[in-house]
Write a protein that binds this ligand. Structure first.
Ligand SMILES: C[S@@+](CC[C@H](N)C(=O)[O-])C[C@H]1O[C@@H](n2cnc3c(N)ncnc32)[C@H](O)[C@@H]1O
Length: 246
């Protein structure tokens, strides 16, 4: 196993356990958010959309049912294999690392449900912003849906357990050196597996800097999937809307 293959985000998201743990973050949640965001963005029916780090494609699939041409990209082979069962002329999925520039440009690029901040190196996280920028057509719109880090840190539950589909999870959370870490112990029929999530706790100001450094212009910021205004002290989410100017 190479060093690169031992990164937490390459192993954890490719397991069935990730999907069991987050099964409550479902298609219904995705549909509510997508309806609101599509309404807000006022897109043309022939607009093309990139869902960067799409997982099994819950947002992509729903966007496609609304008539848009959608491409979903993700590093997880298993998730893309699942998503591909939904492919059509106007819905495509591919295995792709979001740090690498993609071959096509789109009117809209989405990065949803905290699919950002996974890399130890600042330069790698910044590469994702560069991928978003280079994937946008002129006047294209980008959307990043991220956690609101200060609220997550203030409300961190140090330890809890969860059980679903016969699998037991023991979860431990901490905030160290600018990263929010979730240690995940899985007990599946008495077989024990260990995983980790480690996400850089970027703030609104961090995003402002990263976006402006790459020439992306912030248009709006929302605090939840109903698209209510962002408040750094109380909002659940940090949803950034921005535009490529050149
Ligand atoms: C929190 S999940 C969100 C998935 C999807 N956006 C959703 O809302 O269901 C994060 C996703 O990022 C993907 N991911 C992690 N590292 C990646 C990388 N370097 N390039 C592309 N996708 C990556 C994972 O495989 C996972 O599907």
């Amino acid at each position: 196993m190479t060093k690169e293959h031992s990164k937490w985000f390459q192993s954890w998201f490719d397991t069935s356990y990730y999907h069991i743990l987050y099964k409550h973050r479902d298609y219904k949640e995705a549909e509510v958010f997508i309806k609101n965001i599509v309404n807000y963005l006022n897109l043309d029916k022939d607009d093309s959309i990139l869902d960067l780090a799409c997982g099994k494609g819950r947002h992509s699939i729903f966007l496609n049912t609304l008539g848009y041409k959608v491409t979903g990209l993700d590093l997880s082979k298993n998730s893309i294999e699942h998503a591909k069962t939904h492919e059509s002329n106007s819905l495509h999925f591919d295995v792709h690392d979001m740090r690498d520039i993609y071959k096509t440009q789109f009117e809209v690029v989405l990065n949803l449900f905290t699919s950002f901040g996974y890399f130890e190196e600042e330069a790698d996280n910044f590469k994702v912003i560069q991928t978003i920028k280079s994937s946008l057509k002129q006047n294209g719109i980008g959307v990043i849906d991220y956690m609101n880090s200060p609220v997550v840190i203030d409300n961190l539950i140090a330890q809890n357990t969860y059980e679903a589909e016969g699998v037991k999870f023991e979860l431990k959370r901490s905030y160290t050196d600018g990263f929010i870490t979730k240690d995940i112990k899985v007990n599946d029929a008495d077989e024990i597996h260990h995983f980790e999530e480690k996400v850089r706790a970027f703030s609104f100001q961090d995003f402002e800097t990263m976006l402006s450094n790459v020439g992306l212009h912030l248009l709006d910021c929302f605090g939840n999937y109903k698209l209510e205004p962002f408040n750094s002290k109380t909002s659940e989410r940090l949803i950034l809307i921005f535009m490529a100017n050149d």
